[in-house]
Design a protein around this ligand. Structure first.
Ligand code: ADP
Ligand code: MG
Length: 728
């Protein structure tokens, strides 16, 4: 039996695992493995507790004595829950999570020991992280990187280890992770957004970004996964003929979740709830074997930690259930890929959502201020947003008629468009008449109702306003949400600073406040209108229209990444103290390198698959056909066999042609890889991979997929799409 048939047989064996139910009430165990406020209240003196709870919003540092007390409390709590180790937990630039465990246990003599963990170990560690990416920021001889406690994200226990969320920086203080710049953006945004809010409402003193991510993913049976080297090594299939049935019947979305899958979901959800991750929604997605989960939104920093953590949990529980999880943006050709929608908004200390309109013209002016500033910010930095979501995986998905295109635009809905047009029409550079003012206020006062009625949702837009938040839909499923959030927060903070300055200038000229605000907003609307698009983003017309508007449509990662190095971008990050020039360069380098590496691996794997799996199977089948013809010719009279022989020779010819093409193309690909190897410059190398190697991958795939339908099923060495895709 071929490996493939063995794998198929094994795949059928896996039954749903049933659970011992802990408690049907999630609220009874929600957050039980988190060093939460509740735990802190129990374990800390009240003044230290207050200091800790304030920390989330203040910039003050904890003193050593307090840190010792917090560490002692963490240790006591963790040990009481069976933890034996602690670890700083961080998010390096390779997109994964990193941890290095140390035991609490410390020998104190030849036969004595204690459990030790104090403030120093809590606050800072020095993981030997020389093999984590630094983009040149940390030379290997100066391999030291520091992880430093982020007290705003609660510690948690994962498999007997107390995990402490930390930032990760180089010896000289440069950010080597996503969290460091993210925290900088949150502070920066808080400061200026609160200032702007104060123009409307003195009680608002703090503003923080909120994020509700929606995570899409595929599941594949483990035994089939093992029989596909491409899935194992690349996370996506590099070949595979479209199955007769894909997603065309549209019968998967919101359909019943298969029992085996439901059982897996239950397991990881339970683990997530224990870790205080508020997962709430689950459903099938459009493609077969594709699913989605979404939590209740949280403060952005915590939401990102939770997203990274849940990806780890999902991988773990998938294995337990004899699945493998695919977070790749495009694991299968011909059916939808996976994204990670980032729902983004702003909340205040007063419990207000700044993107949710109120009931009076005044509160709605606050809403409009943020709303318009966001659109303006996006219009000024669209290429940077595109860069933030660029990856080799996402290149397959963006613009593939299933996900937003690589053209960044904003959807706001018909009614809000009318509101903006109303402002354009009524607000004048001169003093507005009382009539104009009354009408404008009246119209603005109506906003909450129209949003409530506004159910038209444009699912094709990369950045859509959906009633009380913006939904950034172009983010890839495997991505860390950090880069997208960093860009959104930064461009908005920068934009708000500009807004505040401009309004202040008018106020100094004794122009009334409302009028000043309206005038500036009007100008922003005018300037930014070109980024608003309400139509079908998947259509050809939009591609043309966008080009006319001067919007960029960059469909590949190397080119998209260039936006990181635009003088405008460097200035933006530098002046807001988010990322220095060097830090930004490092990120650019890492992303370029990672692009080349992904393509290099894919290219090697496809070369191996072709040479060692596909071609031998094709040749074996071709031999069977040749043997058949030989026998026909020997045994059957010419006249009777001729048609059969002709058809047989035709198939043999086709197989030969594909074999020859594959051999040639693989040889070309190897030669191109050799060229790439000689290139030092990371951008040049990435461009070579994009321009010369990626097309070869596609051409080889074409011939392999043709062979798949020609060669006898029993001889085909790889599980086919129809086998991979329909979990029952
Ligand atoms: P859908 O977009 O699928 O129709 P919803 O509008 O209910 O569904 O919300 C989708 C996501 O938006 C959820 O993950 C939720 O957490 C998130 N979300 C809702 N409100 C906010 C907010 N104020 N800030 C950030 N995310 C939010
Ligand atoms: Mg959504």
């Amino acid at each position: 039996m071929t490996n493939r048939l063995k794998s198929l047989r094994d795949a059928l064996r896996h039954k749903a695992i049933t659970h011992e139910t802990i408690s049907p009430k999630v609220s009874e165990y929600y957050g039980k493995d988190v060093f939460s406020r509740q735990v802190m209240r129990d374990y800390l003196p009240s003044d230290v507790y207050t200091q800790m709870t304030d920390l989330q919003f203040s910039k003050q540092q904890l003193d050593r004595k307090t840190a010792d007390m917090v560490a002692a409390a963490m240790k006591a709590w963790a040990i009481s829950k069976g933890a034996t180790h602690y670890s700083h937990w961080f998010l390096p630039l390779n997109g994964a999570t990193a941890e290095k465990h140390d035991a609490f246990f410390t020998p104190t003599g030849s036969d004595t020991s204690i459990e030790q963990f104090d403030g120093t170990q809590l606050i800072q560690q020095e993981p030997d992280a020389s093999s984590l990416p630094s983009g040149g920021l940390r030379n290997t001889f100066e391999a030291r990187g520091y992880s430093a406690w982020d007290p705003s994200s609660p510690a948690f226990i994962l498999e007997g280890t107390l995990c402490i969320p930390t930032i990760f920086i180089s010896y000289t203080g440069e950010a080597l992770d996503h969290k460091t710049p993210l925290l900088r953006t949150l502070n920066c945004l808080d400061e200026i957004a609160a200032e702007v809010c104060q123009m409307f409402d003195k009680s608002i003193t703090q503003v923080y970004a909120t994020l509700g991510w929606e995570q899409e993913y595929f599941l594949v049976d483990e035994s089939l996964y093992f029989a596909r080297p491409d899935l194992k090594l690349c996370g996506r299939t590099l070949c595979g003929h479209t199955p007769a049935k894909g997603q065309q019947l549209e019968d998967h979305y919101f359909g019943a979740i298969p029992e085996r899958v439901a059982s897996f979901i239950k397991d990881f959800e339970m683990a997530a709830w224990r870790l205080g991750i508020p997962v709430k929604t689950r459903h099938n997605e459009v493609a077969p074997n594709q699913f989605e989960l979404a939590p209740v939104f949280e403060e952005a920093n915590i939401a990102i930690d939770h997203n990274q953590l849940i990806m780890v949990l999902m991988e773990k529980y998938a294995r337990k259930h004899f699945f493998r999880i695919l977070f790749h943006e495009k694991p299968f050709e011909g059916i939808n890929g996976s994204g990670k929608h980032n729902n983004w908004s702003l909340a205040t200390n007063t419990g207000k959502n700044l993107l949710s309109p109120g009931h009076t013209p005044k509160t709605n002016l606050l809403f409009l201020t943020f709303f318009v500033n966001i659109i303006k910010a996006v219009s000024a930095h669209a290429p940077l947003l595109r860069a933030a979501i660029a990856s080799a995986g996402n290149d397959h998905r963006l613009g593939a008629n299933e996900a937003p295109p690589a053209i960044i635009s904003v959807f706001i809905g018909k009614d809000l468009n009318n509101v903006l047009n109303d402002i354009l029409k009524r607000v004048k550079e001169r003093k507005m008449t009382p009539d104009e003012k009354t009408q404008l206020k009246f119209n603005i006062g109506k906003i909450p109702r129209i949003i409530f009625d506004n159910t038209d949702r444009n699912r094709t837009s990369p950045l859509a306003f959906t009633g009380n938040k913006f939904e950034f839909r172009a983010v890839g499923a495997s991505a860390n949400c950090g880069p997208s959030m960093i860009v959104l927060n930064t461009i908005l903070a920068d934009q708000l600073k500009q807004f505040k300055n401009e309004v202040d200038l008018l106020l100094n000229k004794n122009i009334p406040k409302d009028e000043a605000i309206f005038r500036i907003l009007r100008r922003y609307i005018k300037d930014a209108q070109f980024i608003i698009f309400e139509g079908n983003n998947y259509s050809e017309e939009w591609v043309k229209e966008a080009a006319k508007r001067g919007l960029s449509n960059v469909t590949n990662t190397p080119e998209a990444l260039e936006a990181y190095l635009l003088p405008k971008t460097l200035a933006l990050f530098d002046k807001n103290n988010i990322l220095s020039k060097d830090e930004l360069h490092a990120r650019y380098e890492i992303k370029m390198e990672s692009y080349s590496k992904v393509l290099q691996i894919e290219s090697r794997v496809l070369g191996d698959l072709s040479g060692n799996h596909i071609l031998p199977a094709a040749i074996r089948y071709q031999n069977i056909l040749l043997e058949n013809i030989k026998l026909l010719k020997q045994v059957v009279p010419d006249a009777d066999a001729s048609e059969h022989v002709t058809l047989g020779l035709e198939t043999i010819g086709k197989i030969s042609e594909h074999i020859v093409q594959i051999k040639k193309l693989v040889a070309n690909m190897i030669a191109e890889r050799k060229q790439a190897k000689l290139i030092e410059d990371s951008a040049k190398k990435a461009y070579l991979y994009h321009e010369r190697i990626k097309p070869l991958l596609e051409q080889i795939r074409y011939h392999v997929d043709k062979l798949e339908v020609l060669v006898e099923d029993r001889l085909w060495p790889l599980p086919k799409y129809r086998e991979l895709l329909f979990i029952k």
